[in-house]
Structure formats: C-alpha cells, structure tokens
Design a protein around this ligand. Structure first.
Ligand SMILES: *Cc1c(COP(=O)(O)O)cnc(C)c1O
Length: 492
C-alpha cells in the first residue's frame, strides 16, 4: 500500500485557497494567446495536500525517528532549543542588507561565532561564509593557491590526498585544475610516510588530510606528516568533518594545519540530509589570514564602559573575494550552532567528543567477534568493518538493507574505498547504551541469518513501504522527469 501521487489525488474543481472579493481596481487578463492553459497542476484541497505530504514524510527515516549511524556524516540528535533560537523574531525578520546599526545583535553573534571557532580549532581567523564542507574545501584550496601565487611561486600544481579521503577532497583540488596525487595508507591505517616523502617536492600546493581519517583512526605520525609537507613548502588542509572526535581535546591549528573547514551541520548539530541548510566555516593560520573571503565580521569602533562596540564588515588585505551572497547561512546554520556551543560550554564540548569516542569503541568491541575490522586499533568517533560473514555470500549492501527491517538506518556503505565491503559506523554521543546494544544485537542476528537463510538478507528490506530497488535497472533506464499527465507531450 503506497501513497498515490498528488496528481492521482487531483479532482477537477477542487481548490486549496479561495480569495476574497478584490478591494482594488479590476484589470482584464492579458491577451489569451500569452496565457498557458495546459499547466498540469493538481487540483486538491488544503487537507489533501497536508495528508499527502504527511504520509510521504512517514516514509522518511530521520534522526528524530531512530538511530542513524551513518559514518562520516555525524548524524547526531539536533536539540530542539536550537529551533527556538533560530526562530527568534530578532533573527528571523532581519535582512542582510539592513544598515549595520540595526542588526548589531546578529553581527555580535557572528563575531562571537568566529571567536569560538578560533578557540575550538586553534586557528588565527575564521570565515563563516561557505555553505557546506565541500564549499569550505573549495574556499580553502583557493586560499592555498592565492598564498603561493602571492609569493610569486607559480609552479605548484600538486595536491597530495590520502587514499582514505572523502571524494570531495580530490574534487575540490581538481576543480581548481590541480593534479591530485593519491598517497596510500600503511598497514595501521596511517598515511604511508615513505610514499608521502616520495611525492614531496617544490610542485606541492599542499596536502588535504582528514584526521582522524575516514577509518576513524587518528594518524599516529601526524607531526611527521605535517613536517614533510611543510619542508617542501606545502600547506596543510584539514578536512574538519571528523571534528566530533576532537572537541576540547586536540586543536588542529596546534597540530600545524593551515586551513580547515568545519561542518556545523555535523559537529555542531545543525540538521542536515534534507533537514536544513549546511554551513562550512573555514579557519586559517596566520599565514592564510589575509586571503580569507570577504566580508568578515569585525569591530569597527571599540566600545567603552556602558557602550558596546560597533560591529560591521571588514575585508582582509588579499581577500580571495566572496564565497557566497551575503554572509553564509545565518539563521539555519550559525544561530543553531551558536546555541549548541553556548549550551554545552567548554567542558560540555569535551564531553561530546569523549562520549562519541567511547560509543564507537563500545560498538566496535561488541561487533569485533562477528565482523572483521581490518584496521583494528582503538578508534576515534567511528570505525569501519567488513560487511561480510564467513560461509555466506551476503554483501555489505544486503546487511544494510536488512538493518532497515530492524528499524535502523544503515551505516555508510562501501566507503572508504580501501576496505572491502566497507560498513562505516558512527554512533555519535547522543545515543545511550540500550540503543547501541539493540543495534549490535541486530547486526549479530543478521550475521546469523546470513548463514541460516541468506535469501532473507539478500531480498531485504521486507518491512518498508518499498522493497529492494533494482539499482542496475534504475541506472540503465533513467527516468529523470516528473510524472506527466495523460496526453502531455514531454517534447513540448
Ligand atoms: C561530509 C564530509 C565532507 C563534505 O562535507 P559537506 O558538508 O557534505 O559538503 C568532506 N569530508 C568528509 C570526511 C565528510 O565526511
């Protein structure tokens, strides 16, 4: 039983809105030939629309509905107080083009946010503009390029990226015309130092490194890695998507990184994955501070006793320009993340990472006997195991689909690429032990099913509104257009 499309619900003459008699002068419609009469809009009442979308929303799995261990994505619970603050009228009903004197509260919040992110990460300056992590990467790589160019050093074209990296890293470097050199991981899941050393020369723009990496492992040689890249004149880019493991414990700026993006929609509990806009502020060391995108929020006039300072916009000396219209995602991203940081405070932030790491290690300990964890050492906030079972031909994808029957969102599948049948699991700090145990129990049970009744697993899910998709057919026979009403000519 599935919900019909809104077009199937359509009935001629039904309408959602009726307008009162106009109290303004009446104008005739323009020439009929200018008007379309074939717009295939459904005719439905308001209640039909509400019930339809309500029904569709129940097909969705969400972090408000259940456990969502999607590795690398940090799908933590989003506290509802963040929704209250970002809807405060003083934030909601302001416009980015208002005179700064009328939005000092907003500017203070943005200034404070820059300061807090500097403190948390150990960087010298922060921009709030980028709209997501990948956008922050692009912004960071633009600054790295500008830095080298400003020194008259224009032979640097090579970006070093480990094989465990998220695909956005090579994409960001590639979009700027750089040559990506893949650095393999060693047997312990660290950057292979010999391979790195072999690539370090005077054509290196820098290195893009996620630490802890996407295996959930903190690179044991991080200081050596930074030194090698530095010594050949390169800059270190930190992919901050895994910051949930480090809050209040390690500061990437202190480790020697020059630039890093934050994913406010991961680490700082801004809803994502269809729930809200992303936000990817970028922090930089002194070396890159002059290249930050404009504008930043700064203090234009110092305050005095009883008189607050005047906040406004400032432009760094060698700014790469704007990354985005206006000032980033203010309400949806910044106000929510600000609230989250304020509610936790320094000790609370450290607790977040401690519990995130504890939860991941607890789950790994429960699953170690059933599934193979290839780079098996103490993990950070996530770990990667092989979705295979001895004596069965079920694959990671089958296990993930079967998890849906137990009402869990599947982990990240087939990433990172260096683990066979990868299942990447990130429980986050917001889950309690009961939930972690239920999840581990389900996976252990599925491993049993994989041997006793493999077809049950391979044809899962069985309890969702839609069953297993034919992914090959979906890719081969693409239908990219929406539903079309009968008689409607798609060639028009
Ligand atoms: C999520 C993620 C990104 C990209 O961030 P978006 O906000 O989704 O653009 C980059 N690197 C890693 C490791 C990630 O997990």
């Amino acid at each position: 039983m599935t919900e019909p499309t809104i077009f199937d619900l359509s009935s001629p003459g039904r309408t959602g809105v009726t307008f009162p008699k106009p109290d303004v002068p009446h104008f005739d419609l323009p020439d009929e030939s200018l008007l379309r009469d074939d717009l295939p809009l459904p005719e439905v009442a308001e209640v039909d629309v509400v019930r339809h979308y309500m029904a569709l929303s129940k097909y969705n799995y969400s972090v408000d509905g259940g456990f969502y261990p999607l590795g690398s994505c940090t799908m933590k619970y989003n506290p509802k107080i963040n929704e209250d603050t970002c809807r405060l009228p003083g934030f909601l009903f302001t416009h980015p083009l208002q005179p700064i004197e009328t939005v000092q509260g907003n500017l203070l919040l943005m200034y404070q946010m820059q300061e807090w992110l500097k403190e948390i990460s150990g960087f010298a300056a922060v921009t709030l503009q980028p709209a997501a992590g990948a956008h922050g990467e692009f912004c960071g790589v633009l600054m790295m390029r500008a830095y080298h160019k400003a020194r008259g050093d224009d032979k640097r074209i090579k970006m070093l990226i480990p094989d465990a990296a998220h695909g956005t890293n090579p994409a960001s470097a590639g979009m700027l015309g750089m040559t990506v050199k893949v650095i393999p991981s060693d047997a312990r899941g660290n950057v292979d130092l010999d391979a790195l050393r072999a690539e370090c020369d005077d054509t290196v723009v820098g290195m893009m490194l996620t630490n802890p990496n996407t295996l959930g492992l903190f690179d044991e040689n991080i200081e050596e890695v930074v030194k090698l890249v530095r010594n050949c004149g390169g800059l270190m880019y930190g992919d901050g998507a895994n910051l949930n493991a480090l809050l209040g414990i390690v500061r990437p700026g202190d480790l020697g990184f020059d630039v890093m993006h934050f994913n406010l929609h991961k680490t700082f509990a801004v809803p994502h994955g269809g729930g809200g806009p992303g936000s990817g502020p970028v922090g930089v060391s002194e070396r890159l501070a002059d290249f930050l995108p404009a504008p930043l929020v700064g203090i234009l006039e110092d305050g005095e006793e009883d008189i607050p300072p005047l906040y406004g916009f400032v432009t760094p000396k060698h700014s790469i320009g704007r990354m985005k219209s206006f000032h980033g995602h203010f309400g949806g991203g910044l106000v929510r993340a600000y609230t989250y940081i304020a509610m936790h405070g320094p000790d609370g932030l450290r607790d977040i990472s401690n519990y995130a790491v504890l939860n991941a290690n607890y789950l790994a300990a429960r699953l170690r006997g059933t599934f193979k964890i290839p780079f098996d050492r103490i993990c950070m906030h996530e770990f990667v195991m092989e979705g295979r079972v001895e004596g069965s031909d079920v694959r990671a994808l089958d296990i993930s689909k079967r998890l849906m029957d137990y009402n869990f969102h599947p982990p990240t599948n087939y990433f990172p690429l260096i683990v066979r049948e990868a299942l990447m699991i990130e429980p986050t700090e917001t889950e309690n032990k009961d939930t972690l145990d239920r999840f581990a129990d389900a996976l252990i049970k599925i491993a049993g099913e994989a041997k006793a009744d493999p077809d049950l697993v391979k044809t899962a899910p069985h309890t969702t509104p839609f069953g297993r998709m034919d992914e090959v057919r979906a890719a081969r026979e693409l239908v990219l257009c929406c539903w079309l009403p009968e008689g409607y000519d798609s060639e028009q």
